[in-house]
Design a protein around this ligand. Structure first.
Ligand code: ATP
Ligand code: MG
Length: 204
């Protein structure tokens, strides 16, 4: 199949959960995307890289999670690239890989609130569309001066998609595992099994 509309969802995926999957699937369906590529970040610019689970395991969990959706795939592009993982470099790569195709970057509302700190946001906004999905606990009206903080070109490229709210986060999942609380129904079964078998997230 020739891919003409590509979705990209970046994240730490430490671990991947149903919030990520429902975001990607709703964005895909809403805009008829041919494919959504999940790209685990090697070193996320906005997080303390210490304490993030090693990249092979994060990659493997995303791979397990996307397996049963033919429109989804995982890429090790940012893991292989080395250095800090900037979205602009990733989008540049896919522009070259799919000339003439359209690229949509999928993110949750919490990411939008810090988007003005992203590298080359103005240039990035000229290169791809942004699909912003709702996330419980985040309300666009709570965020001051968001309009002014982001370049005009960005707002021309941004679409908002309300999705069924799942108040799930990777940090909460990690905490729950360390506290011996259930994480079942928050992430795919095979990912939970991998976490258990490898004794991940035992220390809080
Ligand atoms: P952490 O708690 O470690 O920050 P997270 O659950 O926020 O993890 P990330 O890997 O930081 O997961 O998120 C990747 C992308 O997925 C971000 O754009 C984020 O906004 C989005 N996302 C994560 N969880 C949800 C959710 N429950 N609903 C909607 N979007 C989400
Ligand atoms: Mg996050």
């Amino acid at each position: 199949m020739t891919v003409t509309s590509l979705g990209i969802i970046g994240g730490t995926f430490d671990p991947v959960h149903f919030g990520h999957l429902i975001a990607a699937e709703c964005a895909r369906a809403e805009f008829g995307l041919d494919r959504v590529i999940f790209i685990p970040a090697r070193i996320p610019p906005h997080k303390d890289a210490r304490g993030i689970l090693d990249e092979d395991k994060r990659y493997h969990m995303v791979d397990l999670a996307v397996r049963n959706n033919p429109a989804f795939e995982v890429s090790d592009l940012e893991l292989k690239r080395g250095g800090v993982s900037y979205t602009i470099d990733t989008i540049e790569h896919y522009q070259k890989a799919y000339p003439g195709g359209s690229i949509s970057f999928i993110m949750g509302l919490d990411s939008l609130f810090i988007l003005d700190t992203w590298k080359d946001i103005e240039r990035l906004a000229q290169m791809c569309r942004f699909i912003i999905v709702t996330r419980p606990g985040y309300n666009i009206h709570d965020e001051e001066k968001l309009w002014d903080r982001l370049p005009k070109v960005f707002w021309r490229q941004a679409d908002f998609v309300p999705i069924p709210g799942l108040d799930i986060s990777s940090s909460d999942i990690r905490k729950r595992v360390s506290q011996g609380k259930p994480i079942r129904y928050m992430l795919p079964e095979n990912v939970e099994r991998f976490i258990r078998e490898n004794h991940l997230y035992q220390e809080g």
